[in-house]
Design a protein around this ligand. Structure first.
Ligand SMILES: Cc1ncc(C[n+]2csc(CCOP(=O)(O)OP(=O)(O)O)c2C)c(N)n1
Ligand SMILES: [Mg+2]
Length: 563
């Protein structure tokens, strides 16, 4: 085997099925190895799209996503996608080509910089690990290290730079890791005991779960623990739906575009003990580090990354560990303690229901025309099957979705919110669909975001990957427009633009394009037909541009961030 084949073989051993990328001279040895393998290659239109697709694939499959590019511009095009994976701790391996080692420093085309393999340092800023393979006999060891690092501890992207000559060399020792990498399973028993004790004694406790619980697939343990202890659960925007939003203990999303139920229970009334699991308490979940979020008595924080514990709020009990593993132990500990105590009642469920009755907005209050974005989200929720997977892009579209799209199945809602790059959902949905089987996949996208990576619809057409893109067409960078209005900032660099005909654009790419102009056009019948047709489809939905999105908490934090 040559070094490139060792790498491909290692990915196959990991159970990887797809590689997303764009070819070019420097990466050809890897392409040849891929061609000979059982891995399926999806050639994207732009390397950022390939990286987002790998991210989407990793999110839905739970395995590593792999993307590749040629040297120089191919590699730099991937930077935004990999930074986005870093922001959301998604295990992605980025493989970039490199000129042959004998030519380092000679000024070969696409050689990255005067420092030869400078691209390695670029990725070091945005990945868990970035290195160059300069000896063919190190290929097996390094790809295996990359896999381990991507998938364990706090998961995340890694990068390997592959000089063409090294990749073509035969490897003397082609043994490589024969096992699949597994997550670290340790937990702190004393911390678990202390946490359960505090929660048992609490009067108005709450559980706040973040993206870490999604990454560790902790949904069942969280539901079981919440039910056992009768504790209401709020999620971060990213973890939306990890506990069904129709569960009697669900408070919905806390923070950016969050639910008024979570706001009322946690912020407006006093919580005495908060159990925070797998959340970094970032700007979005805390609405700009709102101090009212802090519990009156104790904060218990579980996170796989010790750096997150105590980073933004003082912690009374900190437990380092994987969310699923630790919550599992909390359940055991609570059951042990329950033996000596009365099982808790259902008072807190009643309180949640009372708050819901009080604050939730009913759809009947919205007029018919112009098409209200909230109404669009509601039409979509009504028309799509419950097991639909949603990818929401950055901008108002995401805010409307976080606020009004009910998610009742875990792992069904994805936003690239750690890095908040526009264009994420357009392409990530394609990778997601490849791992989703028959589950329908919808990308909810603003028109501005679609214009960033929308060319990837042509990739979906090329491989017939039937994603449904729903474009919220308001002829503007709406979040900028409304953000300025809410914050009193004058319009400078324009936020509006001439309307784009996305039906024509979709048809030009070879996809189906349908214009939607009023409520009710998106209905069950129509969506059932689109799902069964199994072709990439773009719905160009003309919405009311003036409707103010639920982004007020971002405006508050903007004042903190930029003054
Ligand atoms: C790559 C990138 N550039 C700029 C921004 C800043 N930004 C955040 S939302 C937004 C507007 C999004 O417009 P659109 O996709 O049309 O969605 P809308 O808000 O109109 O629903 C901009 C420019 C960003 N998040 N990412
Ligand atoms: Mg827009």
């Amino acid at each position: 085997m040559n070094a490139a084949e060792v790498i491909v073989n290692s990915l196959e051993k990991q159970g990887v099925e797809y590689v997303f990328g764009v070819p070019g001279g420097a990466i050809e040895p890897l392409n040849t190895a891929l061609y000979k393998s059982d891995l399926k290659v999806i050639v994207a239109k732009h390397e950022a799209g390939a990286a987002f697709m790998a991210d989407g694939y990793a999110r839905v499959s739970g395995n590593i996503g792999v993307c590749c590019s040629t040297a120089g511009p191919g590699a730099t095009n991937m930077v935004t996608g990999i930074a986005s994976s870093f922001g959301d701790s998604i295990p992605v391996i980025a493989l970039t080509g490199q000129v042959s080692t004998s030519l380092f420093g000679k000024g070969a085309i696409q050689e990255f910089s005067v420092q030869s393999f400078g691209i390695v340092s670029v990725f070091r800023q945005i990945a868990k690990y970035s290195d160059i393979i300069i000896n063919e006999n190190k290929a097996g060891e390094m790809i295996s290290k990359a896999r381990r690092l991507a998938l364990t501890g706090r998961t995340g992207p890694v990068h390997l730079n592959l000089p063409a000559d090294i990749m073509k060399r035969e490897v003397a020792d082609d043994r490589f890791e024969r096992y699949s990498t597994t997550q670290v399973m340790g937990f702190d028993r004393e911390g678990v005991k202390a946490a359960v004790k505090l929660l048992m004694a609490a009067k108005r406790p709450v559980i706040l779960v973040g993206w870490g619980t999604v990454l560790s697939r902790a949904d069942e343990d969280i539901r079981e623990f919440a039910e056992l202890m009768d504790i209401p659960v709020a999620t971060s925007p990213k973890a939306k739906g990890i506990l069904s939003e129709s569960h009697p203990l669900s408070l919905g999303v806390l923070g950016f575009a969050g639910s008024p139920v979570a706001l009322e229970y946690i912020i407006k009334r006093d919580v005495d003990v908060m159990l925070a699991i797998g959340t970094s308490f970032n700007e979005f979940v805390t609405s700009g580090w709102d101090k009212r979020l802090l519990p009156m008595k104790s904060l218990i924080h579980i996170d796989i990354d010790c750096n997150e514990i105590g980073k933004n709020y003082y912690v009374d009990v900190g437990i380092a560990g994987d969310a699923k593993v630790v919550v599992h132990e909390l359940i055991h500990e609570a059951l042990r303690m329950h033996k000596a105590r009365r099982i808790l009642g259902d008072n807190r469920r009643r309180e949640v229901q009372d708050i819901r009755d009080k604050v939730e907005v009913k759809s009947g209050e919205l007029g018919d025309m112009p098409y209200h974005p909230q109404r669009l989200i509601m039409d979509l929720a009504e028309a799509m099957p419950e097991d639909t997977l949603y990818f929401a892009d950055n901008g108002n579209s995401m805010a409307w979705a976080i606020r009004y799209l009910p998610i009742t199945q875990p792992y069904s809602f994805h936003v690239g919110l750690g890095f908040a790059s526009m264009g994420f959902a357009v392409a990530a949905a394609i990778g997601g669909k490849l791992a989703a089987g028959n589950r329908p996949v919808v990308a909810l996208v603003g028109d501005g975001s679609f214009l960033m990576n929308g060319t990837e619809v042509a990739t979906a057409v090329n491989y017939n990957i039937p994603v449904i893109w729903v474009i919220m067409n308001n002829s503007m960078l709406g979040m900028v427009y409304h953000g300025r209005k809410l914050a009193g900032i004058p319009e400078g660099i324009e936020s509006g633009f001439k309307p784009v005909d996305f039906v024509k654009l979709a048809e030009g790419f070879g996809a189906r394009g349908i214009r939607i102009t009023k409520p009710g056009e998106i209905n069950r019948e129509m969506m059932a037909e689109l799902i069964s047709a199994k072709v990439p489809t773009v719905l160009d939905v003309v919405i009311d541009p003036e409707e103010v999105p639920p982004i007020h908490s971002r405006i508050t934090s903007l004042e903190k961030l930029y003054t």
